[in-house]
Design a binder for this molecule. Sequence first.
Ligand SMILES: Cc1ncc(COP(=O)(O)O)c(C=O)c1O
Length: 458
Amino acid sequence: MTTAREVFEKQYVSRTRKSRQMYEEARHYLAGGVPGGARYRRPYPLYVKEAKGSKFWDVDGNEYIDILCGAGAAILGHSPASVMDTVRQQLDRGTIIQVTGEFVIELAKKITQHMAGMELIRFVSSGSEGVHIALRAARAYTGREKYAKFEGCYHGQLDNELVSGAVFAGPGDNPEPVLGCAGIPKSILNDTIILPWNNADASVALIRKHAKELAAVIIEPVGGIYLGGMPAERAFVEALRKVTEQEGIVLIFDEVITGFRLGLSGSYSILGVIPDLRVLGKVIGGGFPIGAYGGRKDIMEKVVTPPGPAEAKDIALRRQKIFSSGTFSGNPVSVAAGVATLRELEKPGFYERIDGYGERIRSGLRKMAMDIGLQIQVVGLRSLFSVHFSNHPVRNIRDILNSDRETAGAFYMGLVANGVYVPEHHVAFTCGAHNDADIGKILEVSEKVFREIKRHQA
Ligand SMILES: Cc1ncc(COP(=O)(O)O)c(C=O)c1O
């Protein structure tokens, strides 16, 4: 008997002949035929011709409503006119000048004005870099070497941070660190403490136990890539704020997804907690590569701001400073696009609209699954959502990985085979270019896919 996944895969294959041909060619030059692992999918990836607004078109001419939205970066949809106009102007004025321009100051100003506690910032080229350098800043500031992260949180693709993301081990309230992939030195595990997500008592106890060695505690205020838009509870984050303050540990919020997605103030709008440092990325680049880190002025001035002329001879002071600079840090095109994007987000009603679409999708999916007789859990808030097949609530990465991943995989395949694009098991987004018709179509396709899954379960 065929499975629902096989039915969807057959549909996918029958409408993506050119993608298959391109894959056959591409895989001779690109590992797996893709520039980054997340773009791969079974049985072969899609190849795209063009994207505009809420949609893109593959090389076979199929139209997709995009609910990946540049992994959250394309908050206005693809190539929004106002951002493209600004980018075009910047393209004629230089793309890699290596001397600070006006847009970079304006973007920094907007970020510091909107986000509580972002007193000083620095730009980098990606979210991964932002996390990595923020942790370096925390180490330099505290003189300690270890850091703690939460099981299920994703903090980018670099060695130190790729631990216990979509893998777990040990007791739920005292997780053991697990390397995220091959090629990462095991020695990294000696410097990494893994904490249980949304478990305040156990996390606080572990932080206190390791306090003297901990430079930083880092958390995604809403678990994104792996946790599917799962919010950290307010009391839990308040407990983290309190213990880190008492123990002199730098609290870092990784807001690469949530920054300017949950509103202009990021996670502050749901948690009301101000971290010591924050990491940003995605949305602030307006569709171009970017990352940023920043926060408390005393931390940034002590370890990042270069020594002034009077201080330059002070060797002890110079040794407190971190290295933080890259060829493309604050590149003129990304920051111009970022400023133009934030100007759109500042317009009244923007977030209400994308959050409203998110809520319509979440509640629509729940109702349809219930009517059809499928046991699903819809995770997410505001403009984020994900679907898990489980008969009990999913509260952490263990619940997610122990849910019915095979059926969830079939669901995501079904969406793509029917013109709604998101990678398997990936958090999905709504964006400013979505409209009522798109949301209607997303729900219509989801219902069709749910019914096919149910038919195969019977
Ligand atoms: C929370 C979080 N932190 C860091 C990163 C890494 O950002 P980048 O892919 O720009 O390196 C991501 C990427 O998805 C992310 O979701």
